[in-house]
Structure formats: structure tokens, C-alpha cells
Design a protein around this ligand. Structure first.
Ligand code: AMP
Ligand code: MG
Length: 417
């Protein structure tokens, strides 16, 4: 077993993340989700088109549906005149075919009437009574959108794991899917431990600390796609900690902030162990976030068990370790690829390295002609929560003897998934 004080070295950030993801066997079970509520949800099964889109040949322009052959020879100085016999409006097709010498008025999206194979735009014709005159020799297919040009029946349009944004919701609607099947949202319960904690509304008292994690962590959890089902505060007492953790383990993901380090008032690890949670790791070679603890209850989520995270209480440590370790678990439980939120950037200024620990440096990102540039947001200590303001990413600066110079290429973990 790895311990902070034991002989084993803390594991690397990548090892810790892999250990977490290895405990997510499969996405949670699927449920139909109405499109109105599906923004940000993840498709559980591929979406296959049952019908062509567009469903029929139609006009790309407002104008007149004609037989291209009737326009042969038209040009400047040699106009063609056709009789306007019918109309095809969007949603109200014409009732018969176009005959020789005729044009049907047609709106954008109107069904192309039988017999017609080209469209003359409204701005190209002179209209008089029931006739149009124009000087355009139209080729067959002119200004016509063909059935199935966007989507063909039987085609797979979205893969399982697709995250539903505006474009995906629109495409599903155009496929006639009112409620796509999506993995259930992972349920997350948060416990913040600490006798010192105070809500923002409570009067300050000596030694009091505002419970900021009770607000950052649920916000991050929702942003990652979780449903936050509990958010409680717990004193530094072994019995109270155990009871709070037992309740939290009813969720798919139990997150505890604070009380996970080596102090005499840190009860989280013992409480998790007593509750049968199996430790996977404790201690990551990372600043901030070294005492991060992770274990699995039962068989894990989806089978009545849970993933259990003990995050350090310092506000930045909790934030950083949530983004690095809890968010991928939530994404994977929801069926999404957890690895789409990293990029490479260039450091704008030198960053002192730690000899044995990687650092997660809060950075603003700016796109320049040379790609993304990461600028540290200011003092980086783990209690300086304001260093998260204006941060777009965590630059992961690897351990080493020499400072990381300005211009070094680093991996960045984007803060917005
Ligand atoms: P701990 O991880 O419990 O040793 O806490 C480390 C530091 O983080 C202490 O200064 C705590 O007061 C602070 N802290 C712990 N939990 C929270 C929280 N929920 N919100 C803000 N600060 C916290
Ligand atoms: Mg504490």
C-alpha cells in the first residue's frame, strides 16, 4: 500500500488518472432524454438516420420551378416567357406536374414539382399578369437541393459517446429523434470536513474559514455532467465523518474535501476504510494536491457501489484535483471520452520546478500566431483561490532540477471541459 509517510513514492498524475479511469468499467445505464433537456448529455448509442434529409428534392431559392429544356437558347436579348400555372410553397406542394411552357412559383424549401428540373430566381424574372420573362438558360439541377444531400437514410450520423451540443441537438431533431438515449448522469455527493468551516452567510468567528469548496466543487461537478445530490458539512470527528461518508457512498461518486492528510484530526481515510472502501492510492506527486486519496466502494458505480475521492481541503488543491481526477471519472461514467480536454501551450514566463513533484500551474491562455501561450495567473500557493480567477487551464509543469524556461512547451489541462 502506498502511504504519504511510507516507503513508496507518491504516484504520478498520469498513473493516478489511469487508476481512476481503470475503475470505470462502463458508462452508467442509458435513459431517454428529451432534446429540450439533453444539452451536454452524452449519447449512449449511435444515431442512425431513418429518413433522408432533405426528404425530397426542393428549391434552394425563391423563384420559379421550370423545365430546363424550356429555357434553351435564352440569354441577353433573347428572353423566354413562361406561364405561371401553380405554386409550390414550403409545406404545400403543387398538385400537378409542370408542363411544357409553364413555370410554377416556388419558395425556398418548396417541393420541386414533377416535370421541373431547374429554378429561375425571383430576381431574374420580370413578372406580368400570369407570365414570367427571363434571359437565363438554366442547366438541369440549377438551384435545386436534392433529397438526402445532407443525410441519407441508414447512415450513422452520431457515434455513441457524442456530447450533445447545439449542432448535435439540431441534427437529432432533423433525424426525427425526440428523446435520444443517453447514459444516466453520474450522481455525486460532496462532504466538506472541518470544524473551522463557515457558510458565506454565517458570522465570522476566531479561526473560522469560509467553506468555498461547497461552491466550487458542485459547480465543477455540474460542469462535468454530474448531478449533485448532496452537499454537506461535517465536523472533524471520527463518528460524524463516518456517518457523513456512509451517506455520501449512496451516490455514484463520493467526494470528500479536507481531512485526508496526516494530521490527528484527519479522519477521512479511516472512515472510508471502515466503510469497506478499498484504497487504490493515497498520494500523488503533484502540487497542489499531494494527499489525494482514491478508493472504490463495492463494485463501483452502476452496481450500487461508488468511486470515493478524498481531496485535500485547500481551495485550490480541491479545485485542481477535482479537475485532474474526478472530472475524468464523471466524463467516463457518462460515456464521454475523458481525454478531450488537454492541449499543448508555450509558457509565457519561467516557472520554478519542484525536484520531485509535478505542478499544476493556473494559467490564462491566449491564442497567438505561434499557437496557445500560457501565462501563470499569479501566486500559486494552494490557499490562493483568487489565482483561479482568469485561469483557463492548468499547465502541468513536470518535476525537475532546473526551472521551466519561458518558451517551454507544456501540456495544459483545460478548465472548461
Ligand atoms: P485539510 O485538508 O482538512 O487539512 O485542510 C487544509 C486547509 O484547507 C485548511 O486551511 C482548511 O481550513 C482549508 N479547508 C478545508 N476545507 C475547506 C473548504 N471546504 N473550504 C475552504 N477551505 C477549506
Ligand atoms: Mg481539515
Amino acid at each position: 500500500m502506498r502511504t504519504l509517510r511510507g516507503v513508496s513514492e507518491p504516484i504520478s498524475v498520469a498513473e493516478a488518472r489511469d487508476a481512476v479511469l481503470a475503475r470505470v468499467e462502463a458508462p452508467l445505464e442509458a435513459e431517454p432524454v428529451p432534446l429540450e433537456r439533453a444539452l451536454g448529455r452524452v449519447l449512449a448509442a449511435e444515431a442512425v438516420a431513418r429518413e433522408d434529409v432533405p426528404g425530397f428534392d426542393n428549391s434552394a431559392m425563391d423563384g420559379f420551378a421550370v423545365r430546363a429544356a424550356d429555357t434553351d437558347g435564352a440569354g441577353p436579348g433573347s428572353p423566354v416567357t413562361l406561364r405561371v400555372a401553380e405554386e409550390s410553397r414550403a409545406g404545400a406542394p403543387a398538385e400537378r406536374a409542370v408542363r411544357a411552357g409553364e413555370g410554377f412559383r416556388i419558395s425556398t424549401g418548396g417541393v420541386l414539382p414533377d416535370g421541373a428540373d431547374a429554378v429561375i430566381r425571383v430576381e431574374e424574372v420580370a413578372e406580368r399578369d400570369d407570365e414570367i420573362t427571363f434571359e437565363v438558360d438554366a442547366d438541369p439541377g440549377r438551384d435545386i437541393r436534392r433529397a438526402g444531400e445532407d443525410i441519407r437514410a441508414g447512415e450513422t450520423i452520431l457515434q455513441a459517446g457524442a456530447v450533445l451540443g447545439a449542432a448535435e441537438l439540431g441534427v437529432l431533431a432533423s433525424l426525427g429523434v425526440p428523446a435520444p438515449s443517453c447514459a444516466r448522469r453520474p450522481r455525486l455527493a460532496l462532504v466538506c470536513t472541518g470544524d473551522e468551516l463557515l457558510g458565506p452567510e454565517e458570522p465570522m468567528r476566531p479561526g473560522g474559514v469560509r467553506n468555498s469548496n461547497a461552491h466550487t466543487v458542485p459547480a465543477l461537478a455540474r460542469g462535468a455532467g454530474a448531478e449533485v445530490i448532496a452537499n454537506e458539512r461535517c465536523p472533524d470527528d471520527p463518528g460524524a465523518t463516518r456517518d457523513a461518508l456512509e451517506r455520501a457512498l449512496e451516490a455514484d461518486v463520493a467526494v470528500v474535501c479536507g481531512g485526508v492528510s496526516v494530521g490527528p484530526h484527519d479522519h477521512v481515510k479511516d472512515a472510508f476504510t471502515e466503510l469497506g472502501v478499498k484504497e487504490a492510492f493515497w498520494g500523488v506527486a503533484l502540487r497542489p494536491g499531494r494527499p489525494t486519496w482514491f478508493g472504490v466502494h463495492g463494485e463501483g458505480p452502476g452496481t450500487g457501489g461508488a468511486l470515493a475521492f478524498g481531496l485535500p481541503g485547500n481551495p485550490v488543491s480541491a479545485f485542481v484535483t477535482f479537475v485532474l481526477f474526478v472530472r475524468p471519472a464523471i466524463r467516463a461514467l457518462a460515456g464521454a471520452d475523458p481525454g478531450t480536454d488537454t492541449a499543448t501551450a508555450t509558457l509565457a514566463s519561467e516557472v520554478a520546478r519542484l525536484p520531485k513533484r509535478d505542478q499544476a500551474v493556473r494559467c490564462g491562455l491566449e491564442l497567438t500566431d505561434d499557437g496557445w501561450v500560457a501565462t501563470p495567473t499569479g501566486p500559486q500557493a494552494s490557499h490562493i483561490l483568487t489565482s483561479m480567477l482568469g485561469a483557463d487551464a492548468l499547465a502541468v509543469v513536470e518535476a525537475g532540477p532546473e526551472p521551466a524556461p519561458a518558451g517551454e512547451r507544456v501540456r495544459v489541462q483545460l478548465l472548461r471541459a
